[in-house]
Ligand binder design. Structure first.
Ligand SMILES: C[S@@+](CC[C@H](N)C(=O)[O-])C[C@H]1O[C@@H](n2cnc3c(N)ncnc32)[C@H](O)[C@@H]1O
Length: 283
């Protein structure tokens, strides 16, 4: 049962108890955040009393969070680098590791001595495509996803950032509707091995779309497809930045060695020290 708050302190205490019972790691902090969301402002702007309207809204938010609905879905948006994107049910919520992927790709993008063409494979909310297009006003980006919900969400975010003319969002099964070549490819594909899916935290297992996560029996199914085909869609000297699972570095490098076109391939670690990014250059 969620709390029935009246005063501010009681509201936070009741909410945090419900969240703690549901296994939320930082229940007090999250209760404060949900209360701020319920009021539409910061908690500091509240008086000591909580109005019945806010109480009802807060109770529904606490109940949803206790069912482990991700905070970003409750808020309807999430931050990425220095901007926000809308998130929608059925569309993958961007993660901090992917910000690190974006930062690497942005370094490369900024160095290109001509107007860059970039491809974002499996765009989800469109977050990587938006990051690339925001970084250079002469960049053109194609963003693809197989999921119609993701395509709709990415189009929304592209429009919200005023990038309509420079980011084209397409429905495509990886490269099926991508005939072009690019200077840069970014991808955060599904890479969880199917047997590992049941062990994911409830927020991910219950609310993220399965096809955003499921990398097939060995986790490498999408990576295999992408690494095999990417060289045909990169100009000579073009680079791919691909997020991978923390234990997939050696296997991914072996894959790249087996596919023609890659002249350089390396794996880099994320800030947590885990192998997380494949970076490959084409000849
Ligand atoms: C882990 S999510 C990444 C989303 C976004 N790029 C991000 O980093 O937040 C993987 C995305 O790949 C998409 N996807 C899965 N299979 C695909 C396929 N065969 N072709 C295109 N996109 C696919 C999913 O719909 C999902 O949006």
């Amino acid at each position: 049962m969620a709390p029935t708050p009246g005063r501010l302190g009681e509201a936070i205490a009741g909410g945090s108890e419900a969240l703690a019972r549901a296994g939320i790691a930082s229940p007090v902090r999250e209760a404060r955040r949900l209360l701020a969301l319920a009021t539409g402002s910061s908690e500091a702007a509240l008086g000591p009393e909580v109005s019945p309207t806010v109480t009802g809204r807060y109770r529904r938010l606490v109940e949803a969070r206790a069912r482990r609905v991700p905070v970003a879905l409750l808020e309807g948006e999430t931050g990425f680098l220095d901007f926000d994107v809308a998130v929608r049910p059925g569309v993958f919520v961007p993660r901090p590791e992917t910000e690190e992927l974006a930062e690497r790709a942005l370094v490369e993008l900024r160095l290109l001595p001509f107007p860059p063409w970039a491809l974002d494979l499996g765009t989800g909310t469109g977050v990587l495509a938006v990051a690339l297009a925001r970084a250079r006003s002469d960049a053109t980006v194609v963003a693809v996803d197989v999921s119609p919900r993701a395509v709709a969400c990415a189009r929304w975010n592209v429009r919200a950032h005023g990038l309509n003319g420079r980011v084209e969002v397409r429905r495509s099964d990886w490269f099926s509707h991508v005939p072009e070549r690019f200077h840069l490819i970014v991808a955060n594909p599904p890479y969880v091995a199917r047997p590992d899916l049941p062990a994911l935290e409830p927020e991910v297992r219950r609310y993220e779309p399965r096809r955003a996560l499921d990398g097939g029996d060995d986790g490498l199914a999408s990576l295999r497809t992408i690494l095999a085909a990417a060289p045909r869609h990169l100009y000579p000297g073009g680079t791919a930045f691909v997020e991978i699972g923390h234990d997939q570095g050696p296997a991914v490098l072996r894959l790249a060695q087996g596919f023609p076109g890659w002249v350089e391939a390396r794996v880099e670690r994320d800030l947590a020290g885990k192998e997380r990014f494949f970076i490959g250059r084409c000849g």
